[in-house]
Ligand binder design. Sequence first.
Ligand SMILES: Nc1ncnc2c1ncn2[C@@H]1O[C@H](COP(=O)(O)OP(=O)(O)O)[C@@H](O)[C@H]1O
Ligand SMILES: [Mg+2]
Length: 316
Amino acid sequence: MPDALEDVRKWAGQPVTETPIKGGLSHRIARLDTSDGQTWLLRVLDPRVSAAGLGIPLEQEIANTLRAADAGVGPKVLHRMPGALLLEYLDGVTLDAHAVRTLPGPVAAACRRLHAGPRFVNDFSIFRKLDEFLALCRTHGLSAPDGYEDCLPAAAEIERALAADPLPTVPCHNDLLPQNFIRCGPEVRIVDYQLSGNNDPAFELGDIAAEADYDPDLTARLTRAYFGEDDPRLASRVRLNLIMSNLTWTLWFAVHHGLLKEQAADAGFDYDAEAADKFAQAVRDLNDPAFGRLIDDVRGVRPGSPPPPAPPRKEA
Ligand SMILES: Nc1ncnc2c1ncn2[C@@H]1O[C@H](COP(=O)(O)OP(=O)(O)O)[C@@H](O)[C@H]1O
Ligand SMILES: [Mg+2]
């Protein structure tokens, strides 16, 4: 297979220089500069990532990247190559957690725009992702943090509660850590569709809140900015998804570290510390006295819906 850079040079018909960007843990990402002054972004997908279950299949990622571009949120796709994409270079500032905490409005607006765009080609559930990761850990003898399995009944309880009155699914990114947001002027754009799929929008918001360490007040502000209404049940739904983000992505690190050893060794990244940090946050929220109220809230009804019959209480 020709190298993607060679492919781009041929396509462009001119010399192109590559400057690697060290960012995420997964793929080869580089800024390309052409001799006539254009700047592009090269994303060469590492097939080992999706093969290990850490990303969706490459063809789905490419199809969803095209759709996110159509929504006006993702970078434009300039050229497709086997397993690689040449993208519009977003000339802005990559966000960090602090910036995401100061920008709930523009972040919510970017999500609304993505979610209003064309549906993605696959569905995504954080609960099924958790099941997949657990199965991989068991099959390959990878270790989750101590006490991990004790949290699984609570995850099942969250899934049941969210399913009582589900929201329609929308095309979600599902991995909105701060570095996947790029601020371009007043607008926030979104890159990296490695885990994209149609999902509950409350997961998108909960995941953003988890990755940028939002407190409950800021989580409520993000929820309000996105839904345009002040409904505590929606904020509770987002907070339960925040817990699921921390709980599930804890295992992303265990699986990445265990199955992609070569990549992990090159990354110079403390996988165990990251997994322990996410797990500690999930445990903190599961043990919080507010947890039961969050569950009760989401079992309620959304404004405008007829009230459902009272659900049977588990303890009854
Ligand atoms: N289209 C783009 N324009 C400008 N910078 C980008 C673009 N795509 C990615 N980047 C930069 O590269 C970093 C890593 O890219 P990303 O696609 O998130 O890779 P990974 O899958 O490895 O996380 C991003 O955090 C951002 O700083
Ligand atoms: Mg990324």
